[in-house]
Every structure is written in C-alpha cells, then in structure tokens.
Design a protein around this ligand. Structure first.
Ligand code: G6P
Ligand code: ZN
Length: 542
C-alpha cells in the first residue's frame, strides 16, 4: 500500500549549519516532516534498492518521525533501512554505521545541543554515503525542492516495532533494527589502547562522564563502566530522555557547570567529560584545568601517536576559521598540512576523504578524525584518557606543558543569544561596510593589520563559500571574529570570538577574560554591539 499524498510547500525549510532545526510544534504540523523528507529523497539519485540508515538522539518526537521516515523510504524505493533500537543512534555512531555497512546515506534526527521536549527543538539532517553531513550542493537542492513540492510518497502500514533487534519487512523493504552501541564500541576499541586506560582507572584515576540525559548514556556506560572498569555511577545522567531530564544538553561551562564544579572541588573526580544531545560534542575538564576546545584539538594532534589508531602519525589538521590557531603551531612543528574551513563539520568531509586531514576540530566543542565523518564526543574523551594513560600526567600538567612548548592562545567566545534579527544583520552589514577602512585603525595599543569577510575555497572540489565571518586581525596575531550562528531557532545569535597569542610562559597563568580585555573592548568599539543589539553583556561566555 503505497500512497501518494498531495501537499503544499512550507516556508523556511532551509537547512542551516547542521540540517533543518525547528521547534517541535512546527515539525508537528501535518505534512511538515513529510515534505522535508520527500525533498531529501527528491534531491538524491540512484538509491533504488540501496540502504538508508535512520536514527536519532531520542529527543521528543524522535519515534514519530522515525516511523514516517521508514515508511517513506519504503515508498520511495530504498531496499533496506537500518535503524537503531528504540530509534537511537548517536550522530557519530550513525556516521559509523553508514560507512561500515556501505549505506547510500542516512537520516539523523537531532537538534544536537538544543533542549528537547514538546515545545523545544527538533531537527532532521541528511548524511551522504561517506557518513558525513550533506554538502551545500545537496542541501541547496533540498531547500529548492521544499519550495515547490506538491506530493510525497508513504507506505500506508502499521507502525514498525523499533524496540526488538532483528529484521522485518515493510512493503518489500527490509527494516533491520540494530544494536546502536555495538559497532561504535568496536570502532573505539580499534582506535584506543583500552588496556592502558583500564590500568589508569584501576590505578585510582577517577573518571566521570556526564551524558546530560542524552544519547551518549548507553555508549558511555558500555565503554567506561563495562569495558574500562570504572565504578557503576561513573556515567551520570545516563538514561536518554525525551526532554533530557530538563537539561540543556550542551557541554560547556554554563550547562555542564555541575560537572565542572565537581571536578574542581578537591574531593571530586580527577577527570570529567560531558557530551551533547546527539553525542558529537565534548567538553574535557581536569582538576584545576578546563581544556578549551581549541587547545584540545592542538593537544590531541600533538600527542596523536600514543593512540594505536594514529600510531603512524597524522596527515594534516583542519579547524574551523573561528577556532584558535593553537593547532596551527602543532601542524607547523610536525610539518603537516593545516586547513582553515568555515564553521560546520560538513566542510571537513572533502579534506578527510582526500586524506589531507586526519584530525579536525571546532571551537564549538567539536573534535574528531577520519574514523567517521562527524565530530565525535566520546572519541575525544577516549583520546584524552589514552593520552593521560600514556603520559602518566594530569590534564593540567599536559596542558601547561603544551603551552610552554607552543605558546598559549588565549581564547574566548561571547554569545549574544536571541538578538533581534534585523539588529544582528545590521551589525554585520556595518562591519562589512567598514572592512576597507579598518586596516591601520588603532584602538589603544592595538592596530588593525587586516580585515575581511572569510571566504573558503575548497581545495578538493573547488567550491567557494563566501560570507563566513568577519575577521579583524591585529598586528602581533591577535584577532576578533564576528559571525551569526547558523544553528539557532529563535532570533539571531551573534558570536564574537576573541584570541590572543602569548608566547611567554611567564604570562600563561592570567585569567582568560583579563588577558583578552583590550580585544573585547575593541570588539565593542568596532561592532557597536551594545547600541545595535541593546545588550549590555553576552548571554554566554565560553
Ligand atoms: C553544529 C555544527 C558545528 C558547528 C556548530 C556551531 O554543532 O555541527 O559544525 O560548529 O553547530 O554552529 P553555529 O553556526 O551555531 O556557530
Ligand atoms: Zn551535537
């Protein structure tokens, strides 16, 4: 029973940095999810009889959309769907399943680190056969299709049992419900020295992971508690809940403050890590030391060979433009390639596929490698534990030694959330208009050396992505970067990224906001943030 249903387009189904994200009531409108999924299928070619992977982070509305997606995949001619048990697949696990089983692509249901619940966020993202987010060529085609769509196809059948591992048939299409954890754990065991990490934990290093009521709970429990021998309870908030237990599942100093405070307290654990709603982000904290995502990328790259999966060395490093240049110094020393891409993991895909980059990272708490085509929260945590085990040092010792060797890139991001959209666009337009006149201007001791609107020329496929953020570069290597978030669902979010390079080890112990105070003031001066947004202070500082 294949039904063809008449429909009319919805406005605003434009995929952002990471797929289509909207509030649940928007997604719950009749035909809304169906239109978008059909637009995905209509933008693809050659999938008849092929495999589609489907899974999500378990948030509110996950199961409903999975049912729709499976029935539509059957109606559109896929040969098989592989779906995580209970509809669960973390984003990196989904990427792995797509690659491992040579699927045509995958549909990942998540709004990442945004809250979940009946009035919170939901999202749909399409990943291609390499396991990574669809490139802009495809997301543009999907968007174009959403504007003219007039029918979609769906199998008119009863709901599929998502809770029993095994195989069923839907209108001639095979549906295989898989254990969402097993393949991922096997991959991690192939990359990291589980024996050394087990010995580290057995030796008394206390490790905790906060899964924030989100998807990594089952993965972290299997790995940390079962395979690595950490005591029961080492994984906190380990049951994935549709509303994440009311948590905002974003691993940063604001939303994972409880974990941070616990690790910082003298009697608390030695090492703490957190992941986000769909498991691709990570935060790493050691006693007395929060590791910035930019430093984390640099330190993982500098120590990569301790992990069995990277013992032959890394081919290159890639980072998003707003990420600090700490990794650049590592690449320079190793004599390997360094690539600067726009924000968004999808831009790493070509570099990873071409073997140009092995590890990648973003300031937005994302780190990963060529083992999958998404950033991977638990991968980063395991990499850190492998480094701790190999170096027999604490997080703080490792970070300080790194700064002493390479210099420290003081770094902070100031977010102004849910700002009036026109005001935010006006601020960016003003900056863009002043680009030509900025070089040579001074602010206190700072002098602007160059200013531009970042454009990326993909070295693999030659594509160009313009307007990726305004950079004001000062003499001496400091900079401020302005861009509008592509992942918000309400109003606009202005991000201001501030960075200063400090080679002198005697000056590595300064408070970050203090070390960056003149640059923060310069950002205000050049962008007129207060008058244009009406905000006195950022909503989030990381
Ligand atoms: C998602 C993407 C990342 C991106 C981040 C921040 O997590 O997967 O690649 O860095 O969003 O995006 P935004 O546009 O909100 O700064
Ligand atoms: Zn995420």
């Amino acid at each position: 029973m294949i039904k063809t249903v008449a429909t009319t387009p919805f406005d605003g189904q434009k995929p952002g940095t990471s797929g289509l994200r909207k509030k649940v009531p928007v997604f719950a409108q009749p035909n809304y999810a169906e239109n978008f999924i059909q637009s995905i299928f209509d933008s693809l070619e050659g999938f008849a009889g092929e495999t589609l992977v489907i899974g999500g982070d378990g948030r509110y509305f996950n199961r409903e959309v999975i049912q729709i997606a499976i029935k539509m995949a059957a109606a559109n001619g896929f040969g098989k769907v592989m779906v995580g048990q209970g509809g669960i697949l973390s984003t990196p696990a989904a990427s792995n399943v797509i690659r491992k089983y040579k699927a045509f692509g995958g549909i990942v249901l998540s709004a990442s680190h945004n809250p979940g619940g009946p009035n919170e966020d939901f999202g749909i993202k399409y990943n291609i056969g390499n396991g990574g987010p669809a490139p802009e060529k495809i997301t543009d085609a999907i968007y174009a299709r959403t504007k003219v769509i007039d029918t979609y196809k769906i199998a008119d059948v009863a709901d599929i049992d998502l809770d029993k591992v095994g195989t069923q048939t839907v209108e001639g299409m095979t549906v295989e419900v898989i254990d969402p954890v097993a393949d991922y754990v096997e991959l991690m065991e192939s990359l990291f020295d589980f024996g050394a990490i087990r010995a580290l934990i057995a030796g008394g290093t206390r490790v905790v992971i906060d899964s924030m009521g989100a998807v990594t709970g089952p993965y972290a429990t299997e790995i940390l508690e079962k395979r690595l021998g950490a005591p029961a309870g080492s994984v906190r908030n380990s049951t994935p809940l549709p509303d994440f237990g009311g948590h905002h599942p974003d691993p940063n100093l604001v939303h994972a403050k409880e974990l941070y405070d616990d690790v910082m307290s003298p009697e608390g654990p030695d090492f703490g890590a957190a992941s986000d709603g769909d498991g691709d982000r990570n935060m790493v904290v050691g006693k007395g030391m929060f590791v910035t995502p930019s430093d984390s990328l640099a330190i993982i790259a500098a120590n990569a060979t301790v992990a069995p999966g990277y013992s032959q060395g890394i081919a290159g490093i890639a980072r998003s433009m707003p990420t600090s240049a700490a990794a650049d110094r590592v690449a320079e020393k190793l004599g390997i390639g360094m690539y600067e891409t726009p924000t968004g993991w999808k831009f790493f895909g070509n570099l990873l596929d071409a073997g140009k980059a092995t590890v990648c990272g973003e300031e937005s708490f994302g780190t990963g490698s060529d083992h999958v085509r998404e950033k991977d929260g638990l991968w980063a945590v395991l990499f850190w534990l492998n480094i701790l085990a190999a170096r027999k040092q604490s997080v703080a010792q490792i970070v300080k030694a790194h700064w002493a060797e390479y210099g420290r890139n003081y770094y902070s991001r100031h977010d102004y959330e849910e700002v009036d959209t026109d005001a935010a666009n006006g601020l960016m337009a003003h900056l863009r208009d002043s680009l030509a006149s900025l070089p040579g201007q001074t602010f206190g001791a700072l002098e602007v050396e160059a200013a531009d609107d970042f454009a990326y020329h993909d070295p693999i496929d030659g594509s160009v992505s313009k307007n990726q953020g305004i950079r004001i570069l000062f003499k001496g290597g400091s900079r401020v970067v302005f861009r509008l978030s592509g992942t918000g669902t309400a109003g606009a979010t202005l991000r201001v990224y501030v960075e200063r390079y400090e080679p002198d080890a005697a000056r590595h112990g300064i408070d970050t906001q203090e070390a960056l105070a003149d640059l923060i003031a310069a950002a205000e001066h050049f962008a007129q943030i207060k008058t244009r947004t009406g905000r006195e202070t950022p909503t989030v500082i990381t």
